[in-house]
Design a protein around this ligand. Sequence first.
Ligand code: BGC
Length: 744
Amino acid sequence: MKTKIINLTAAFTFVIFASCKNETKSSGADTDQKEYMGKEIGTKFDKEIDKLVAQMTLEEKVGMLHGNSMFTTAGVERLGIPELRMADGPLGVREEISRDSWKPAGLTNDFATYYPAAGALAATWDTEMGYLFGSSVGEEMRARDKDMLLSPAINIIRTPLGGRTYEYMTEDPFLNKKFAVPLVVGLQDNDVMACVKHFAANNQETNRDYVDVQIDERTLREIYLPAFEATVKEGKAYAMMGAYNKFRGEYLCENDYMLNKILRDEWGFEGVVVSDWAAVHTTVKSLQSGLDIEMGTTKPFNEFFLADKLIAAVKNKEISEAEIDKHVKRILRVLFQVKAMGGKDRVKGSIATEAHYQDAYKIAAEAIVLLKNEKNALPLKLDGVKSIAVIGNNATKKNALGGFGAGVKTKREVTPLEGLKNRLPASVKINYAEGYLERYDLSNRGNLGNITAEGPVTIDKLDPAKLQEALEAAKNSDVAVIFAGSNRDYETEASDRRDLKLPFAQEELIEKVLAVNPNTIVVMVAGAPFDIDAVTQKASAVVWTWFNGSEGGNALADVLLGKVNPSGKLPWTMPKKLADSPAHATNSFPGDKVVKYEEGILVGYRWFDTKNVAPLFPFGYGLSYTTFAVDNAKADKAAYAENETISVTVEVKNTGKVDGKEVIQLYSSKSDSKVSRASKELKGFKKVLVKSGSTETVTIKVPVKELAYYDVTSKKWTVEPGKYTFKIGTSSRDIKKEIAVTIK
Ligand code: BGC
């Protein structure tokens, strides 16, 4: 990977990254958003596949349709068909699990790179990072000899309480698809299948095993499905994971409407549908509704719904053998596609290499969001600084493991404290204090790893000795940095959080530290929104970092010290309070047996902007150490036909003293629409590097079809003619220019 270091001023050195792997995929000028397109599943092996299937026994065929271990399905050795080998997950290749239990296999060669979580990836607002992420993980998958990554996880963030918010990307369907597609393409370019999950309408952990999600058709199409659709139509994803819950009364792994009608018939999906683990409830119905592979938990694998029961169903003529063949052929096709069969030059891959750690660093550095920076408190100026207090359990907490399928076993996880130690000159003394204790009340839970409907209960009380230590460190240091937020035990799969409060009495700690040293920076390490209203009002600088991968601590130190100018933008809205968020304002979370998404299309900023509710920090928000002026926005024409693409250009001037990157965001709005619409919807964006004092012209292309709404009567995406207003800005609430375009 090429890395250019450009010396700018005496004060700062910024690291600017040059892309390399996807250079050939550029669609044009540097300021254009790159487009990514995957490879179709080929048909050239079909004859060979037919021959293989003709030689297989019913038992051998059925063996391919269900787990024969925790993460494999059976092959047929005598015919040269290998096992299909899967691995989690969204933050990097998960450690090897035992074949028949959830226990780690205890290997020493399954260490991997821990990549920034999906929320961080989306916060880069640089889709090349999506490709980089996919291709880097793809190489690691191949080094572990795997065929299918159980990722990307692209469910829409409907509630800020979601336990898996950090695993998912965003609340916005457009941003979601713009990252999901390059990730899938990058992964599959390395002879690995992406298994896009969790299809679909799986937006909460509470009652996920049975809750019946009710979403009106337009909302389903406009908010919850676009990224899945794009991974099929553009990314050409080879696999899709059916979710746990029900949708309109049917479990998603036996949902004919979702799996057969939408996924296959409408979108032309040709890959395989894999169940989430133990998400299958029937035999014949599941298979006929579009499921191909049942994966599950630890019970004897032959007792799965698609195992002995399926053999019996064929023998009883409840289902034909031809139907079984159809599913087996789909699996064989994707095995050929990734060269697990038939190919000679399959990618060999590499794992936990320095190059991959640097990939993780690049994403991490682009993802960090500067939320507040009064009086230029950041970057830290070291002139005359002899000591820095580093306070908070999160300064040393490691986050690679945890969260079930999203855990990664890694040899490198640079913590925030280690990052500062690596980057600060030896002359600066670090006074570390843990500050708050990570403590839970487990009386109703047993241990943290237990799957429960509700999130962990935290003990929100400061330990007097720890508090004293933190106050002493803050008092005796020139500057203090508090590392607050959450962790992967608190934000986790299988339960949603109970509220937005900062756990472990961190707010009290922050207030007390600020009182003894006003020169205190707050760094949030977290993957989901928290109520940091009071903290933000009191602290002069607030930085948001994520579960930010192996190199997260180094990237963070580089931002704090000004080597990297922050350029991340929030991929979701940070509400002032929970009740402001749409699912909560409409009292439609979490439901019990049924959850009805009452807010409809008004998810995330669509709700806040349409209902005029002020967020704490809006979608798309993030500051820089420089300032930008946005000017001269224009469209290339005044009027467009439905099959055309609108090209909008805008000038971005860096009006500050250091180089920096800005994300130009284009939202469309149609005030005279005949259907109800959100006040604005993201339709394009571009991250651009602008040198201090320079101006760059950014081009954002908007295909007119992106302006369509889903018409439930005609069941078609429909572009209304007439006037649209494009709002161009640097967050959903910071609109700098408006232009009008007409659709003929
Ligand atoms: C999760 C999936 C994961 C699977 C295998 C399930 O509980 O929902 O995302 O891939 O486990 O670990």
